[in-house]
Write a protein that binds this ligand. Structure first.
Ligand code: FAD
Length: 456
């Protein structure tokens, strides 16, 4: 396939230097060969790519940060619209807003906004793209205080399937604006997100309390009981193998257990009280409690895995860490093969639960609850083969305890159609399908948690 002559941006085709690097995504298992990789520089390039793809009957994929573990960003023989060149962040500190390129990462966003003492809720891993993250919802340490990324979206510049460029916001294309806030990459290519910012930090507090697997049930109950006391702070519980990291005492490297992670935004005195309550209730095997810059908190989970690891994941939502759910969690964690595979369980509460269910297209209810993730992260394909089975079996056992078995649309390595429907529920899904029919009737954007255009 020759390069697209009427698109002036850099393009790579098989055999070009850089092509093999440009087609890689976070999950090293995905090895697909697009016909053309267009490294777009703005909405006009994106529009020209879409016109070309239509004229030449090419499939289209869109790549933000490349973190979707199923490889939604890249397909064999397709035209890959690579947003990696759109990473600029413009902050307006007076109005507390930021305009952010559709290919920016969490790290780009956090660095630029924190330069003004501001932040917007985004993910907990610095290299994740804000594109896919925001379009699917976007939770992070600030979610209890300020909601999801989508709850802070003011507008989006979108290139539609027919090449039109529109700005969607509450006043203009409100149906599209609603759908973009949770409906994934179904409706167009977002070249710029505009967010509302909040004063945060620069110093915040973090605590990691580790409990060996034998006390896993107690640790999970402790975490459950902390929920009403968090005052907008973040909570994540990670079933994990303690890494050989400098903050883990050497004698506990490689130990299986649960890390109860807390993030505090209400000052170190309040956080110290919370940390003491944890110690008094259940003394951890080891802990790390420290004030740190918000930008460092946002990188604190970067060691969970690396670009090029072989990965797979599934999730459910659970409104309660019930005793039954805890029993399943504790019984199944030891079955993993890779030391990096883990079960991140993130609390969604506070400001998250203040948003009415149907105010955005986010898949999942707005009642306080948890995203229970089951993530295989493996250094080799052999370990992935084992841990893919571990994830699937574990997930089947969690289903009876879940409040939404579809799970988080951003934690889907397989986009099974019935799961996508379950995530959104029938009312939201039908509304999304009508918006899809209006903006992408031919389903050009289908490499995602796909919403089928409504008929008629
Ligand atoms: P990509 O694979 O590039 O894109 C994902 C999907 O979005 C694709 O369908 C793509 O076509 C589409 N897309 C991307 N950008 C655009 C755009 N600008 N316009 C239109 N469509 C677009 N999620 C959380 O909410 N919180 C977390 O803390 C979190 N941590 C994570 C940590 C790791 C290590 C990983 C691998 C994932 C994590 N996620 C988290 C999940 C993450 O939100 C999803 O993987 C998300 O899809 C990543 O977006 P991306 O742009 O990097 O991915």
């Amino acid at each position: 396939m020759p390069p697209i002559t009427d698109v002036p941006c850099p393009q790579l085709v098989p055999g070009d230097a850089g092509y093999d690097d440009a087609r890689k995504i976070w999950n090293g298992e995905i090895d697909r060969k697009p016909a053309i990789i267009a490294q777009v520089t703005g909405p006009a390039d994106v529009a020209a790519c879409l016109t070309y793809a239509r004229a030449n009957d090419l499939e289209v994929t869109v790549r933000g940060g490349g973190h979707n573990l199923g490889g939604a960003a890249v397909a064999d023989g397709a035209l890959l619209i690579d947003l990696g060149g759109l990473r600029t962040v413009h902050v307006d500190p007076v109005n507390r807003t930021a305009r952010v390129g559709g290919g920016a990462t969490n790290a780009d966003l956090d660095a630029a906004t924190q330069a003004h003492g501001l932040a917007v809720p985004a993910g907990t891993y610095s290299d994740t793209g804000i594109g896919g993250l925001t379009l699917g919802g976007g939770f992070g340490w600030l979610t209890g205080k300020h909601g999801l990324s989508v709850d802070n979206l003011i507008s989006a510049e979108v290139v539609l399937a027919d090449g039109r460029v529109v700005r969607a916001c509450a006043q203009s294309h409100p149906d599209l604006f609603w759908a973009l806030r949770g409906g994934g990459g179904n409706f167009g290519v977002v070249t710029e997100f505009e967010y509302r910012l909040h004063p945060v930090g620069p110093l915040v507090d973090m605590g990691l309390f580790f409990f060996e697997v034998e006390r896993g049930a107690q640790a999970l109950r402790l975490a459950r009981d902390l929920v009403p006391t968090l005052d907008g702070g973040g909570l994540m519980i990670v079933g994990m193998t303690a890494p050989p990291a400098p903050f883990v005492p050497a004698e506990h490297h490689g130990k299986l257990g649960y890390g109860v992670m807390l993030a505090g935004f209400a000052g170190t005195a309040a956080f110290s009280e919370l940390a003491q309550r944890v110690r008094d209730t259940l003394p951890p095997l080891w802990e790390m409690v420290t004030p740190l810059p918000y930008t460092e908190l946002q990188k604190s989970l970067d060691g969970i895995g690396y670009r090029g690891n072989f990965a797979y994941e599934k999730s459910v939502y659970a409104e309660d860490l019930s005793d039954g759910l805890i029993d399943v969690l504790v019984a199944n964690l030891p079955g993993k093969a890779s030391p990096l595979s883990a079960t991140p369980i993130a609390l969604l509460s506070g400001a998250y639960a203040d948003v009415p269910d149907h105010a955005t297209a986010f898949g999942g209810t707005r009642r306080t609850g948890f995203v229970v993730g089951l993530t295989a992260i493996c250094p080799s394909p052999e370990l992935l083969a084992a841990d893919r089975v571990w994830v699937r079996d574990y997930w089947e056992k969690l289903l009876p305890h879940a409040s939404n078995t579809g799970g988080y649309v951003n934690f889907m390595a397989d986009y099974e159609q019935d799961r996508v429907r379950l995530t959104y529920g029938p009312v939201k899904y039908e509304r999304l399908a009508r918006v899809k029919a209006a903006y992408d009737p031919d389903n050009v954007f289908h490499h995602n948690g796909n919403i089928k255009p409504a008929l008629g």
